[in-house]
Design a protein around this ligand. Structure first.
Ligand code: HEM
Length: 166
């Protein structure tokens, strides 16, 4: 995984030091993180509920995704940036935290689920994208995505409860 020297490089940096030592910076960055992830999760939910045939059924799947995904990607970049700043402030402890590691693996799994769905569905999307009830594999991809992101949020929240202090 991340080499010890790379972790030390980030954790001992002046930036990590100021986030760790300053009373305002960590909560401010975590607030930005929470805002960004709310936009990521909220926008992904809009697409997943369409794939499940539970919302926006009057609009085609590609119309929903093209309207929402630019926001998702912008918010994701901010979530990763802010999360990375929080991470470097206590990298060694976060890497020893099971919820943090689980959250990173779940984010990767959510990414793979989305890539597999796109790889499998882009070919015949025009055939079914206006259907109120999409085919099973689209509903499975949407349902799995929701489960994975809920698990990411739960793990994210539990990091703070389980971090070893001092
Ligand atoms: C879009 C993907 C992400 C989601 C949905 C997410 C979700 C969360 C949630 C719900 C929290 C708890 C916030 C709170 O209630 O205080 C959190 C905290 C945190 N996240 Fe993320 N996160 C994401 C990406 C990342 C990434 C990429 C990193 C690191 C590289 C990261 C690092 C952290 C850290 C270090 C905390 C602070 C834990 C603490 O000490 O309280 N997150 N995240």
């Amino acid at each position: 995984m991340l080499s010890q020297s790379l972790i030390a490089f980030f954790e001992d940096s002046a930036l990590a030091d100021s986030i760790r030592e300053n009373d305002i910076l960590f909560p401010l960055i975590e607030s930005i993180h929470v805002l960004a992830i709310s936009l990521v999760i909220g926008s992904i939910l809009a697409v997943d509920l369409r794939l499940l045939g539970l919302a926006s059924v009057g609009r085609s799947v590609s119309r929903v995704t093209s309207g929402v995904l630019p926001l998702t990607w912008c918010a994701f970049v901010v979530a990763v940036g802010s999360g990375g700043l929080l991470f470097i402030s206590n990298a060694t402890k976060y890497l020893a935290n099971g919820y943090f590691v689980a959250k990173m693996l779940l984010i990767a799994a959510a990414g793979i689920n989305m890539l597999v769905f796109h790889a499998l569905s882009t070919r015949d999307l025009p055939r079914w994208e206006n259907a109120a009830r999409p085919p099973l594999r689209a509903r499975l991809a949407g349902g799995l995505s929701i489960l994975l992101w809920v698990a990411v949020v739960a793990c994210g929240r539990w990091i703070g409860f389980t971090m070893k202090v001092g």
